[in-house]
Design a protein around this ligand. Structure first.
Ligand SMILES: [Zn+2]
Length: 165
């Protein structure tokens, strides 16, 4: 994301090299825009040995499958985010943990994402697609769909399945 004007004093922002990075700065009030990756969390949930995937309702990658996942709210922990997103997208109440891994997502056109992926233990079984999921399916890990959105999701699934063998 790029700003045009200083969010504090509304002066036009300029580019300046700070800490070896080109950053947007305000020469009037000293504001510096530090652009950081955006944290998100996802859950790998197995039900009867099958992996829960949701079909994405919205862009990017609308119509492709993904792990239940979403961006962290300010003040929310990674675990809380994983629990909330699972509930919103699948209606499953999960217990998060253990950690599968932390992945850098660079193929999301919206931003550079840091994805924290947990195993999610399903405490309930009544699945219902909601929020930004249009459909839910259980997939045999040996026969996953080819069209899974986001490299970070594919790597997490790969690592999780490799760790089970
Ligand atoms: Zn300013």
């Amino acid at each position: 994301m790029k700003y045009k004007y200083c969010p504090l004093c509304k002066s036009p922002l300029k580019h300046k090299k700070i800490d070896a990075h080109k950053r947007q700065v305000c020469l009037d009030c000293g504001f510096i825009y530090y652009q950081n990756p955006t944290p998100a969390a996802a859950s790998i949930i197995l039900i009867d040995g099958k992996l829960v995937l949701v079909k994405r309702k919205y862009e990017p990658f609308a119509g492709l499958w993904s792990l239940p996942s979403g961006f962290m709210e300010y003040g929310e922990s990674a675990q809380e985010c994983a629990v909330r997103e699972s509930k919103e997208e699948t209606n499953l109440k999960i217990k998060p943990g253990p950690l599968v891994g932390v992945y850098s997502g660079v193929d999301d056109p919206r931003c550079h994402v840091i994805l924290v992926v947990y195993q999610g233990q399903a405490m309930t079984r009544n699945m219902l697609a909601g929020d930004d999921a249009s459909q839910i399916e259980l997939f045999n890990p040996k026969n996953l769909p080819r069209d899974i959105a986001f490299k970070a999701h594919r790597y997490a699934i790969r690592d999780f399945l490799a760790g089970r063998k």
